[in-house]
Design a protein around this ligand. Structure first.
Ligand code: PLP
Length: 423
């Protein structure tokens, strides 16, 4: 089995786990930044190329700022609950996409408009809802397309007909006609029909679909699309044997289609955006946890101080996350374990029937590929507290970029009169 990469040597990581309270997340600055640069370089042929980092994948302002310095744009809305004011830095808020959603509240429309974000509408009825919420109509608008049964391509992830997102094939042209009549000057087209996809041809087929749709919109609505937002959904190789998506092949395929569809129909220049989260930070975040118990029942169990409240993907989706036992890299993986957390949920398992070296109480494990949709999906069920996050800097120093939750944080939102309840 090929080894998964670690951000530090095993010894150094063990030392760090001895100094910091576990569990904690560790992100690798150099790897994130180098990866972002490589991603951008691959698409240098594309006019105005950028990745609008999907903040929900890793909503930590230090990470978002790092990506911002690489030219990635994001929406990072930190709203002050007392005043309703948006607190995040203006350079981050400058030009991001507001998350499209099936049911956006009016105050989110207003906040997105005020911060100058590109608003990406998910539904034809949202045209009026947006105008009502902000009292005018923005000069730039984007629509999310749902191809329904018209989806071309190969491996279909989920059936677009069943998806709650997006404007249908019958509605999409009308959306642009209406927006044009409302004075919109800059038009975008978006879709997102894949998640954690490793087959690059799927992304190329999505580009083909959107490029052709841009031509149809020009012909039928007289609207010239200024940018295409390819969404996120590029997968990462969670399993050691998985092949990463061949992004240079994706880029080359898209460039060919850009020429044969966009240029050939007089739509050049048309800007190309992505909204990737997972492929940007996913492989470069690690959940570090300590073994509290090793026990034998009908199966062999390894109990960690982390739980699904820290990393929900295995329990929620049955996802594979590779596990390294620090300091045992030379030992044979000849023991089969269920690696569990401490939540009273039977699916609170990081791994089921996983072959690992013999594990002892006190061992430190690293759960790989946790840098996207990891800490972000954490929760507080059963008074589980969310962990800290650290950033490994290029110079080897380690900065805390989020402290761990405390019990006071957990109870801070409760409103209760009188003495504590003892029953
Ligand atoms: C979640 C999401 C993304 C990011 O998805 P990744 O799988 O992290 O790349 C991008 N766009 C939209 C609309 C999303 O909901």
């Amino acid at each position: 089995m090929s080894e998964k990469r670690l951000p530090l040597g095993h010894g150094e990581l063990l030392e760090l786990a001895g100094q910091l309270p576990t569990p904690f997340y560790l992100y690798d600055e150099a790897a994130i930044v180098d990866n972002a640069r490589a991603f951008k370089r691959l698409f240098s042929w594309a006019p105005g190329f950028t990745n609008y980092f999907a903040v929900k994948a890793c909503p930590n302002p230090t990470i978002v700022k790092l990506l911002g310095e690489e030219g990635f744009v994001s929406v990072f809305a930190v709203v002050d609950s007392a005043t309703g004011k948006v607190l995040a830095g203006p350079q981050i808020l400058a030009r991001g996409f507001a998350e499209d959603d099936n049911a956006p509240p009016a105050d989110e429309f207003r906040a997105a408009y005020e911060m100058g974000a590109i608003i990406n509408l998910d539904d034809i009825t949202h045209i009026d809802a947006l105008e009502e919420a902000i009292g005018t109509f923005p000069k730039t608008i984007c629509f999310r397309y749902n191809p329904g049964p018209d989806r071309t391509g190969n491996a279909i992830i989920g059936n677009p007909v069943e998806a709650k997102y997006g404007v249908t094939s019958d509605q999409i042209v009308d959306c642009y006609k209406i927006a044009k009549a409302k004075g919109v000057e800059r038009f975008g087209l978006h879709t997102m029909v894949a998640s954690n996809e490793l087959d690059g041809s799927y992304i190329v087929e999505t580009a083909r679909m959107l490029f052709n749709l841009a031509v149809r919109i020009k012909e039928e609505a007289g609207v010239r699309i200024d940018f295409i937002d390819m969404g996120g959904g590029i997968g990462i190789p969670y399993k050691p044997g998985d092949k990463p998506m061949d992004l240079s092949q994706v880029s080359a395929g898209m460039e060919r289609l850009y020429s044969t569809i966009i240029k050939a129909n007089g739509l050049d220049p048309l800007e190309i955006y992505f909204e990737c989260g997972r492929v940007i930070t996913g492989p470069y975040g690690y959940l570090v946890s300590r073994v509290l118990h090793v026990t034998s029942k009908y199966k062999e169990y390894v109990g960690l101080d982390a739980s699904m409240a820290n990393l929900m993907r295995p329990a929620l989706y049955g996802s594979y996350h590779h596990i390294t036992v620090l300091g045992k890299e030379r030992e044979k993986a000849d023991h089969m374990y269920d690696v569990t957390g401490s939540l009273c949920e039977n699916n609170d398992k990081f791994a089921i029937d996983r072959m690992l070296p013999k594990i002892e109480k006190g061992d430190v494990v690293v759960i790989h590929d946790s840098g996207a949709h990891g800490h972000a999906m954490g929760f507080n069920y059963n008074a589980k507290l969310r962990s800290s996050e650290y950033l490994l800097r290029r110079d080897g120093s380690v900065d805390m970029i989020r402290r761990a939750q405390t019990y006071d944080d957990y109870v801070a939102t409760l409103r209760f009169e009188g003495a504590p309840v003892v029953v």
